[in-house]
Design a protein around this ligand. Structure first.
Ligand code: ADP
Ligand code: ZN
Length: 214
């Protein structure tokens, strides 16, 4: 099964993707994580992408389509793929459709995580992530442990993302509405769209997704 998680920054795509990986043996493909990794590795592409990401703008289509293509060619996901943060533009959506077709694979569902804009700002400015395992913390709902150690992996590298500030977030939200939200109509027209309420608790959102996936 191959699925896309669609929704604005802070909708909870990464959190739900991690649950699906644990529970269904799926492979998470997060273009955001891949770009951050390229940046840490100091590649030319990573450096350029890093500047764009800090502003909150979208990295060019060719770049992200290229990194997704590479992953799909190299990986073998028995349980299927979860596309998290990709596609983000119509051109990326078309490219993904072609890549899956070439592999003889289908897209089984596009899960739109619906949230209110005003909670996004709160969620993102309160967010911190474990650099080693990706566990997500939130100052209000799941604070970083007092000893600073990740509850999942014990790492002390729990950090805030440079783009998780109010200015970049406004730009990211604008990019979402201008460039990504047309995908809701695109996948609705293809009859692939399933919407879930992303404002519910983490477990309730996971339950709605499980119901949709059957
Ligand atoms: P969030 O969903 O919280 O905004 P991500 O980790 O998915 O976070 O993305 C962070 C940044 O990485 C985006 O703001 C953008 O600059 C870049 N990025 C990630 N995925 C894509 C993509 N598919 N197309 C273009 N840019 C992307
Ligand atoms: Zn961790």
């Amino acid at each position: 099964m191959n699925i896309i998680l669609l929704g604005p920054p802070g909708a909870g795509k990464g959190t739900q993707a991690r649950k699906l990986v644990d529970e269904r043996n799926m492979v998470q493909l997060s273009t955001g994580d891949m770009l951050r990794e390229a940046r840490r590795n100091g590649t030319e592409m990573g450096k350029k992408a890093g500047e764009i990401m800090d502003r909150g703008d979208l990295v060019p289509d060719e770049v992200v389509i290229g990194i997704i293509r590479e992953q799909l060619e190299n990986d073998n996901a028995g349980g299927g793929y979860i596309f998290d943060g990709f596609p983000r533009t119509l051109a990326q959506a078309d490219a993904l459709g072609r890549l899956l077709l070439d592999m003889g694979e289908n897209l089984d569902a596009v899960i739109e995580m619906q949230v209110d804009d005003d909670v996004l700002v709160d969620r993102i400015t309160a967010r911190a992530t474990c650099k080693d395992c990706g566990e997500v913390y939130n100052d209000n709902t799941k604070p970083i442990p007092a000893d600073g150690k990740c509850t999942n992996c014990g790492s002390t590298k729990i950090e805030r993302r440079p783009d998780d500030n109010e200015d970049s977030l406004r730009t990211r939200l604008m990019a979402y509405y201008k460039q990504t939200s047309p995908l809701v109509g695109y996948y609705y027209a293809k009859d692939d769209l399933k919407s879930v309420n992303g404002l519910a608790s983490m477990d309730d959102v996971a339950a709605s997704i499980a119901k949709v996936l059957g």
